[in-house]
Design a protein around this ligand. Structure first.
Ligand SMILES: Cc1cc2nc3c(=O)[nH]c(=O)nc-3n(C[C@H](O)[C@H](O)[C@H](O)COP(=O)(O)OP(=O)(O)OC[C@H]3O[C@@H](n4cnc5c(N)ncnc54)[C@H](O)[C@@H]3O)c2cc1C
Length: 471
């Protein structure tokens, strides 16, 4: 299907990117064989890792790859949760890590120009120094712009501020034959032809290599307040979500989280969550340029939830307390990762969250599995974890995966089907990548999948860009 990389190709790659930026020995390429997805596929290794320093170099590498029918898998920060940057067919892993410049901050247009290898963490720091703000915040700040755009990353602030797609105004993309195109620009409006910009956002490295992006930024919101609200059941917690919106309040984040994973994460981090009451907690973050407005919102939310089953309301009003709550919420995955088989990323309409959560509980009971679920109650994105452990007396007790393998697979499929029946999708923010591709037909009509394959064929007729992903 594809050709192996011969010595003469390696020499040509060295001429393009420099000798030090072409890695071929086993010790050096090891870290480019996996991402943050918990179950790694053995035997997926690149033949060569190339770290280009410019768009011209990326273009030359793709021309060479196209001429020789060599697969190219782009890689950003490797924080993906779907195996998207794992090279299934060997070939070249194209690491964008050296293309990490913050090229321009255009204050007048409130837009930044960044290279694909700039990490979210570096971008946030640089922006804050300049008094600007970038709302999307996928949990791992090691993610790079190329990866965030290629997965259309989300995060907990999507409920108010949207996802990465809403902030990308222009792109520079290198196509499979080495041609460079620049869809979009520093524009708020654009109705000129098909929207190629949006075609590349969320394309998971299968249609082109993103080398640069024009990113919308905002003035920094001045005040934040974080609330933790315990409830006795998931139903009660989720039933309060629409009531908050009905008050005309759009929180910056509205998350639900079970006490089981809170307890485990507190212990993992040696930090304290403000409450241990009930079973399920809502974490609500509100932001506003006015402190009075912030107090009005937190008071209104407290009134609503206390009338509707909340056990108590805790408000973290200092930065230290807010950071502690956020840290615990952000590190849940790390705390339970060791015993996690898969982190699902289902997204359903917000009104369907209670129904889907009932299904999660039903499936857990049916198969005797511990399926801790937490997620973005405000936007319908639910991270149910398929675990190879039981939760008992505040402890995570490992169980042999081989014994529950079939049950886990049945549970996964039942939950994916339930999402589809509710008008949802199997991925809200992580992408399909390698590990969800077999389930795509559960989420999309055959006609849509066929159309996507035709687009892939048109842009990458030899199929060299990130082969083995999505379909
Ligand atoms: C603890 C933790 C928390 C997380 N929380 C969230 C969250 O809240 N929301 C969320 O959305 N995600 C979350 N993620 C997942 C992950 O951070 C995102 O998917 C992120 O967007 C991946 O970026 P990356 O640079 O690491 O991409 P990679 O993992 O390197 O790659 C991801 C995909 O993008 C492609 N790609 C990479 N660079 C380019 C490029 N330049 N051009 C074309 N294609 C490219 C790759 O081929 C691959 O298909 C979390 C991950 C972790 C570990």
């Amino acid at each position: 299907m594809f050709n192996r990389i011969k010595e003469e190709i390696i020499k040509k790659l060295m001429v393009i990117a420099g000798e030090n930026n072409v890695l071929a020995c086993q010790e050096e390429i090891g870290v480019y064989t996996y991402d943050e997805y918990v179950n790694q596929l053995p035997g997926c290794a690149p033949e060569v890792v190339v770290r280009p320093g410019s768009t011209e170099e990326v273009s030359a590498i793709l021309k060479l790859a196209a001429e020789n029918k060599i697969p190219v898998t782009p890689r950003g920060g490797g924080t993906g949760l779907a195996g998207g940057c794992v090279p299934v067919y060997g070939g070249i892993v194209l690491s964008l890590q050296r293309m990490n410049r913050f090229v321009e901050l255009d204050r007048h247009n409130q837009m930044a120009v960044v290279e694909a290898g700039l990490t979210l963490g570096e971008f946030i720091q640089d922006l804050e120094r300049e008094g600007f703000y970038f709302p999307p915040h996928p949990g791992d700040e090691g993610a790079m712009f190329g990866g965030m755009i290629a997965t259309n990353a989300g995060g907990s602030r999507a409920v108010k501020y949207g996802v990465i797609r809403n902030y990308i105004r222009g792109l520079e993309v290198v196509l499979a034959d080495g041609q460079v195109i620049r869809p979009g620009g520093k524009l708020i409006k654009n109705s000129t032809g098909y929207n190629l910009l949006n075609l590349f956002i969320g394309s998971e490295g299968t249609l082109g290599i993103i080398t640069q992006a024009i990113v919308q930024v905002m003035s920094r919101p001045t005040f934040l307040r974080t609330m933790v609200i315990p409830f006795n059941s998931i139903e009660q917690a989720i039933d309060n979500v629409p009531l908050i919106f009905e008050k005309g309040i759009v929180p910056m984040a509205l998350e639900f989280v079970g006490l089981d994973v809170i307890n485990l994460t507190e212990r993992y981090l040696n930090l304290n969550w403000p409450s241990h009451q009930g079973e399920v907690h809502l974490m609500v973050i509100v932001d506003s340029p006015s402190e009075d407005d912030l107090s009005r919102m937190t008071d209104q939310i407290a009134d609503v939830v206390l009338e509707n089953g909340a056990i108590d309301v805790f408000v973290a009003d200092t930065k230290t307390k807010q950071d502690e709550v956020l840290k615990i919420r952000s590190e849940i995955y790390e705390a339970i990762k060791k015993e996690t088989i898969d982190i699902l990323d289902i997204c359903v309409p917000r009104s369907e969250i209670p129904g889907h959560m009932r299904k999660v509980q039903e499936v857990a009971q049916k198969y005797g599995l511990w399926l801790p679920a937490f997620g973005h109650a405000g936007d319908g994105n639910i991270h149910t974890h398929l675990m190879k452990a039981k939760y008992k007396n505040g402890q995570m007790i490992p169980i042999n995966y081989e014994e529950i393998k079939d049950k886990v697979e049945a549970a996964r499929q039942e939950l994916f089907r339930d999402a589809a029946n509710r008008g949802g999708v199997i991925s809200g923010e992580h992408g399909i990548g390698l590990y969800k591709k077999n389930y795509l037909p559960l989420s999309l009509e055959a006609g849509q999948i066929e159309l996507m394959k035709k687009i892939k064929q048109a842009l990458d007729p030899q199929g060299i860009l990130n082969p083995g992903k999505i379909f």
